[in-house]
Design a protein around this ligand. Structure first.
Ligand code: SAM
Length: 192
């Protein structure tokens, strides 16, 4: 039983791209009410459900409260874009590193499409700063965006620190016409 239907988007993406492996450390940005974290806990085995497989780690962050979940640490009432959140996050990750950053974050929609698009792109850009602090070389970032004029810039920015970037439109999100995800894979630290 998932807390929210959004779980099916992540299941669909992960079935295809195998981002979440047993033993992996995952950061779930914009995690409330916790459905993506439920999927991540199962797939990385962070609740230790399969004693034969390595145990992973799941850390979820949201401005809102995230009800507790076995196998996950939650930073409720935390802003992902705030650098003070990053330090707390680091302390919860084994070796201070994540294999995967997931983001289903979205600002409250104002109804002004261009403004909402710009806000969400700014949030995605802040995930690139977060990646620089916590993502392992070779790691992946999956982030939601709303389609619009800044998408090419965002993709270029991702390509400056990941080897590949693809656009995903899950079948489970077909009702929301502007919603897409970028899957950026094989992280390398950007040259300074
Ligand atoms: N993936 C979640 C699930 O499956 O349960 C649903 C996520 S919901 C679509 C988007 C969430 O992003 C909201 O709960 C919202 O509070 C959160 N959010 C928006 N801006 C944020 C920020 N700056 N920091 C943390 N969370 C944020």
């Amino acid at each position: 039983n998932f807390r929210c239907r959004s779980a099916f988007k992540l299941l669909e993406i992960d079935d295809k791209f195998k981002l979440l492996q047993p033993g992996f450390s995952v950061v779930d940005c914009g995690a409330a009410p916790g459905a993506w974290s439920q999927v991540a806990v199962q797939r990385v085995n962070s609740a230790g459900t399969d004693p034969e497989l390595p145990h992973g780690t799941v850390v979820g962050i949201d401005l809102l409260n995230i009800p507790p979940l076995d196998g996950a640490y939650f930073l409720s009432s935390h802003d992902v874009t705030d650098p003070s959140t990053h330090a707390k996050l680091l302390a919860l990750l084994p070796n201070n590193q994540a294999h995967v950053i997931l983001s289903d974050m979205a600002p409250n929609a104002s109804g002004f499409q261009i403004m909402d698009h710009e806000k969400l792109v700014a949030m995605c850009l802040s995930l690139i700063d977060l990646a620089e602090k916590i993502l392992r070389p070779g790691g992946s970032l999956l982030c939601k965006y709303w389609d619009g004029f800044l998408v090419n810039k965002l993709q270029e920015k991702l390509l400056s620190s990941f080897n590949s970037v693809r656009t995903i439109k899950p079948r489970a999100s077909r009702m929301d016409s502007a919603e897409r995800y970028f899957l950026a894979r094989t992280y390398r630290k950007p040259a300074k």
